[in-house]
Design a protein around this ligand. Structure first.
Ligand SMILES: [Zn+2]
Length: 131
């Protein structure tokens, strides 16, 4: 994990820069500036040591799906039309556990790579087969 990145104390700034990195690649995730613990989703203070400063650290964007399930009802109105869809917990290589959408054909135990998917007004990193 690199210690050379800028320290960030604002959660809004952290989210904005995470989104930019997610769109443009490589993905970067917050690690505590004090103890280097990963923190995903971002929190105001580190759940391990209580520090409130973060660094965004580049990760390979590959990992292993530890758990997967199918969502039959969208958890928010904007997802209702997409149901049923797959979600899973991806243990990123040299990164945090990341909950995300799974492409068709991705299951528990699959090796995956995170890829940005645009949505109207936003987007997200999805896990696709082929890491
Ligand atoms: Zn910490």
């Amino acid at each position: 994990m690199s210690r050379r990145s800028e320290e960030i104390a604002s959660l809004d700034t952290l989210r904005e820069r995470w989104l930019t990195a997610a769109r443009e690649g490589p993905p970067r995730f917050p690690a505590c500036a004090g103890c280097q613990a990963w923190s995903w989703p971002p929190t105001v203070v580190c759940p391990v040591c209580g520090e409130g400063r973060w660094r965004l650290v580049s990760v390979p964007g590959t990992g292993l799906v530890r758990a997967a399930t199918t969502v039959h009802r969208g958890v928010a109105p904007e997802f209702a039309d997409e149901a049923p869809y797959r979600v899973g917990a991806v243990a990123l290589d040299d990164g945090p556990l990341f909950l995300t959408r799974l492409d068709v054909g991705v299951h528990q135990g699959s090796r995956v790579r995170l890829r940005w998917r645009d949505r109207p007004g936003d987007g997200w990193l999805w896990a696709s087969a082929g890491a």
